[in-house]
Write a new protein. Structure first.
Length: 163
């Protein structure tokens, strides 16, 4: 069991444009984040079949580890992930239901880095982020996400107040 927190929110309305920080964002059931490229169907991979394109998450600890290794430097927003967490083992949330504040999500698959990510950031970033580039998730129960919200497995929070 774990209890972490949401420490960053980033969205952008168009494919390839810089991610913008936000203090809060609406998560829409079955859609994703309000105003984000994948929520409006304008993401680079929006046309592809499959699940897990609604929301992406990455661990602050993973970004810090990549930067500490010294081969490449990447900012949290440069990972192109929507949500940055702290104290959350994202790789273990594939096929698990979790809660961020009042919002319930389901981990669908790992968000392994790709050549497109490298083309928008720094050469070598894809290699540096292998197996630690985060999680792709879907929104099961919408609501507003806020920086500072608690992140926990849904079964950990069942019956507890969310505020």
């Amino acid at each position: 069991m774990f209890e972490g927190k949401l420490v960053g929110i980033y969205t952008t309305s168009e494919a390839g444009t810089p991610m913008q920080p936000r203090d809060e964002v609406e998560a829409i059931t079955g859609v994703g984040l309000a105003g984000d490229r994948y929520g409006v169907g304008a993401g680079k991979f929006s046309e592809r079949e499959g699940t897990g394109r609604q929301v992406t998450l990455i661990e602050r600890e993973a970004v810090a580890a990549v930067n500490a290794e010294g081969d490449v430097t990447v900012g949290e927003q440069e990972t192109r992930r929507n949500l940055v967490t702290e104290g959350v083992p994202l790789n273990h949330l594939v096929d698990r239901t979790f809660r961020i504040g009042d919002v319930v999500m389901r981990g669908k698959r790992l968000a392994e880095p790709c050549a497109y990510l490298a083309s928008l950031t720094t050469p070598g970033v894809s290699r540096a982020l292998v197996h630690r580039a985060g999680l792709r998730a879907e929104v099961l129960t919408g609501g507003v996400l806020h920086v500072g919200d608690v992140v926990a497995l849904a079964e950990q929070t069942a019956g507890l107040p969310t505020g």
